[in-house]
Design a protein around this ligand. Structure first.
Ligand code: 13P
Length: 253
């Protein structure tokens, strides 16, 4: 059975007071509801320790938004897999399109980060997806296949089972333009069959593939009902409990 997950990526938002307030609200929500999915958040790195304190019983999975491809040393501004392990974080997002766009990250970087994360017992949430130009040129299937192969295909079957993938078409992130449920489903199925071709169907069927890109309370249910969509990676709508909780509740068992 693959995991069903609704994850919030807070990106570079919220003061410490606002972050604390939302975490406390989320804790109370989680203590009073039994969602049909796991709930994860990726707050700014500065607030990860606070998140671990607030969710002391692991009510919610705590993720970094990025981590270094290096183990330790002179890499100013970076945080390592070791550091995340030492605070008992759940995992890290890896290869988010904003890291690719503004920090030149490639799938080779992602590959090294994913390996390091797995070595430390962290869950890597590997993000991929095509740009608008690539979609317009009809290259989206090829682009996503290539991303998946470069980032993941050095892993053993045992390792890849632990990876969560988030398909986030760049043209749908923060734009209000969501991939239609059919568009998302066909890419998710394509990612799964790319994995099945190398690792076999049984392994591919175990991997959770989340959709991200303008998921909102009013479109979440239809997106989550697709057979190869195992949840969502939510940006803007994860910043308010009201919206995020409605998205969590859109997840039907
Ligand atoms: P939005 O939900 O704001 O489009 O962001 C999606 C995203 O990038 C999550 O990682």
């Amino acid at each position: 059975m693959r995991r069903k997950i609704v994850a919030g990526n807070w990106k570079m938002n919220k003061s410490v007071i606002d972050a604390q307030q939302l975490m406390v609200q989320l804790l109370s929500y989680k203590n009073n509801h039994t969602p049909n999915c796991e709930v994860w958040i990726a707050p700014p790195a500065l607030y990860l320790m606070m998140a671990k304190d607030i969710f002391e019983k692991d009510e919610i999975g705590i993720f970094a938004q990025d981590m270094s491809e290096h183990e330790s040393g002179a890499y100013t501004g970076e945080i390592s897999a070791d550091m995340l392990e030492s605070i008992d974080a759940t995992g890290s997002l890896i290869g988010h399109s904003e890291r690719r766009q503004y920090h030149g990250e490639t799938d080779s970087h992602c590959n090294r980060k994913i390996k390091l994360a797995l070595d430390k017992g962290l869950i890597p949430v590997y993000c991929n997806g095509e740009t608008l130009e690539q979609r317009k040129a009809g290259e989206h299937f090829e682009v996503v296949k290539n991303q998946t192969e470069v980032a993941l295909f050095t892993l053993s079957a045992e390792e890849i089972r632990k990876v969560v993938i988030a398909y986030e078409p760049v043209w749908a992130i923060g734009t209000g333009e969501t991939a239609s449920p059919e568009q998302a489903q066909e890419i998710h199925a394509h990612i799964r069959s790319t994995i099945a071709a190398k690792y076999g169907q049984e392994v591919a069927d175990e991997i959770s593939i989340l959709y991200g890109g303008s998921v909102k309370p009013d479109n979440a249910r239809e997106i989550f009902s697709q057979p190869d969509i195992d949840g969502g990676l939510i940006g803007g709508a994860a910043l308010k409990l009201e919206d995020f909780s409605r998205i969590i509740e859109a997840f039907q068992s």
